[in-house]
Design a binder for this molecule. Structure first.
Ligand code: SAM
Length: 269
């Protein structure tokens, strides 16, 4: 449980929700917290709701890094998916996911597995979609890369990286995945990105497209523009600090940051 999770305890229950779902202290709160309401398999964070909206109806879903299993359990309760695997590498969240599944009487339609990354997937699962939420983009990339043997190439990938979007997009491109949908959303003062991709054959993105997201660059939603306005301020401040302490900062680092500032300035210009 993150510190933010531990700080939150207020219970919010939808009318008609069974007593079994009484909020457990500090449980079920999104990665960066969600002040004012308890999140669980009934009430997802906006972040997970947006991910849920991208899971095809009737999917056989593997949710990797599932934690409490709220995303697959919520989708199952809504009748939106046919079958789910909740994969977890750590024992405490694995047990939490097992409990969520048990309390929702879903043991016959969901498997909770203690496994590293895509090792949670078995061929007989017939998985058609894989979600990765609340992990760094590099972690998602590494899970995909080391788990290639578990992919058929026909799965839709629905990813909500916490940072590291650029290296994740790079992996997608290098492995013939086309980005079909992207979204930026803001919740609790954090900017989140959702990236949906499917294997399609060779695809080429420019360096800027890998940095900003090829579809987001075109769409330029209000949330996307606001995110990059905030990022520009932060990066300009850091660049100025680097320039003042020039001897102590590697030149490559200064140049990389200066290039990002140029790209963002051009994007917003
Ligand atoms: N997906 C949930 C969400 O978005 O709210 C939980 C996010 S939580 C911050 C990240 C979870 O990913 C943790 O429970 C962690 O144990 C799990 N995780 C990290 N690396 C993993 C891996 N290689 N395989 C499976 N789970 C992993």
């Amino acid at each position: 449980m993150t510190r933010a999770e531990g700080l939150l305890s207020k219970t919010f229950e939808l009318p008609g929700i069974a007593r079994q779902n009484r909020a457990r202290s500090g449980q079920g709160v999104g990665l960066h917290g969600d002040k004012g309401r308890q999140l669980n398999e009934h009430t997802l964070s906006m972040r997970l709701e947006r991910v849920a909206a991208r899971v095809p109806v009737g999917a056989r879903l593997a949710d990797i890094g599932s934690d409490h299993g709220y995303l697959p359990v919520a989708l199952m309760r809504r009748g939106a998916i046919e079958y789910a695997v909740a994969g977890e590498v750590a024992m405490t969240p694995f047990r939490a996911a097992e409990r969520t599944v048990r309390e929702n009487d879903l043991d016959d339609r969901m498997s909770v597995r203690l496994a590293n990354g895509l090792e949670a997937i078995k061929p007989e699962d017939g998985i058609t979609a894989i979600s990765f939420c609340g992990m760094g983009g590099e972690t998602i990339r590494d899970i995909l890369d080391s788990g290639r043997a578990y992919l058929t190439g026909r799965e839709r990938l629905i990813m909500q990286p916490n940072g590291g979007e650029q290296p994740l997009r790079q992996w997608l491109m290098e492995n013939n995945y086309r980005i079909l949908f992207e979204e930026v959303l803001r919740e609790n003062r954090f900017d989140y990105e959702i990236i949906v991709a499917e294997r399609s054959g060779p695809v080429l993105y420019t360096a800027e497209e890998l940095y900003f997201g090829p579809l987001q660059m075109q769409e330029r939603s209000a949330a996307f523009v606001a995110k990059w306005q905030r990022r520009l301020k932060q990066k300009e401040k850091t660049l100025n600090q680097f320039l003042r302490a020039r001897q102590n900062v590697p030149e490559t680092k200064v140049q990389a940051l200066a290039q990002q500032v140029r790209w963002i300035t051009e994007l917003l210009g």
